[in-house]
Ligand binder design. Structure first.
Ligand SMILES: *[C@@H]1O[C@H](CO)[C@@H](O)[C@H](O)[C@H]1NC(C)=O
Ligand SMILES: *[C@@H]1O[C@H](CO)[C@@H](O)[C@H](O)[C@H]1NC(C)=O
Ligand SMILES: *[C@@H]1O[C@H](CO)[C@@H](O)[C@H](O)[C@H]1NC(C)=O
Ligand SMILES: *[C@@H]1O[C@H](CO)[C@@H](O)[C@H](O)[C@H]1NC(C)=O
Length: 257
């Protein structure tokens, strides 16, 4: 009897999970150690001994390939045809933050708790409100104040006629500081709220670090575990292999009907 009820419960869970997601989306079994389903990400994280330059902290476990890591250091990488220097030269001290932002986005296997489905032609998932450590955001803003841009949201509204983003008509080049008056305006506005500036500091285990020294391991693993546990749901299922395998078994039976 108890077993029967467990089966019914599992059936209900599996049915609910099955109907909540379109079939085209990559099955997401947990929030930990996962890669988002986007343009260049690997299906699963793994070691990448040859990650390039600023992406090298993710060598032990990464969602990006070595090729991707190299490409995203270029001013107008072929990955996105996106030009940071749309208003003339960007200071190198500023540019390194954009490279690091790319590395985190493409390589991190610790963003699972903030992955959301989207309807975009070029990706099925995005990140939303990743709690970026406040120092990482402040430094980014400080180092970019004197560089130039023409927009406060870089995700949409460009003129793509030439194949590379150009400032749209009427968007004038001014300093970063005039388009992004505060650190939060930059880190949160830039990519339509991919990041949210955290009240927590680097090293707290409660915010995601864009920059870290891999000699001490990847500090974002602990952060993802904390938020996955706080969110419950799929994150804690992953911590229960027996339930997960039962669900998997039922799923197989149901889907082969
Ligand atoms: C590396 O990336 C470039 C640009 O996306 C692509 O043209 C090239 O084929 C890739 N090379 C390998 C070995 O994957
Ligand atoms: C995605 O697009 C489909 C149809 O184009 C629509 O039914 C659905 O509500 C959209 N989902 C989101 C999250 O916008
Ligand atoms: C877009 O850019 C092209 C040059 O690449 C220019 O000829 C065209 O006028 C621009 N369109 C708008 C709406 O700004
Ligand atoms: C299907 O479910 C039954 C129990 O209901 C189980 O014994 C069997 O192993 C399952 N088959 C597969 C392929 O998982």
């Amino acid at each position: 009897m108890a077993w029967k009820m467990t089966q019914l419960l599992l059936l209900a869970l599996v049915t609910a999970a099955g109907s909540a997601q379109p079939r085209s989306v990559r099955a997401r079994t947990g929030l930990l150690n996962v890669c988002m389903d986007a343009k260049h990400h690997k299906a699963h994280p793994g070691p990448e001994d040859n990650l390039y330059g600023q992406c090298s902290p993710w060598r032990k476990n990464a969602c990006c390939t070595a090729n991707t890591s190299q490409e995203l250091h270029k001013d107008t990488s072929r990955l996105y045809n996106f030009n940071w220097e749309h208003c003339g030269r960007m200071e190198p001290a500023c540019k390194r933050h954009f490279i690091q932002d790319n590395c985190l986005y493409e390589c991190s296997p610790n963003l699972g708790p903030w992955i959301r489905q989207v309807n975009q032609s070029w990706r099925k998932e995005r990140i939303l409100n990743v709690p970026l450590c406040k120092e990482d955001c402040e430094r980014w803003w400080e180092d970019c104040r004197t560089s130039y841009t023409c927009k406060s949201n870089w995700q949409k509204g460009w003129n793509w006629t030439s194949g590379i983003n150009e400032c749209p008509a009427g968007a004038l080049c001014h300093t970063f500081e005039s388009y992004f008056p505060t650190p939060a305006a930059l880190c949160e506005g830039l990519w339509s709220h991919s990041y949210k500036v955290s009240d927590y500091s680097r090293g707290s285990g409660r915010c995601i670090q864009m920059w870290f020294d891999s000699a001490q391991g990847n500090p974002n693993e602990e952060v993802a575990r904390f938020y996955a546990a706080a969110m419950g749901g799929a994150g804690s299922w992953a911590a229960c292999p027996v339930l997960l395998s039962l669900v998997g078994m039922q799923w197989y039976n149901i889907s082969s009907l």
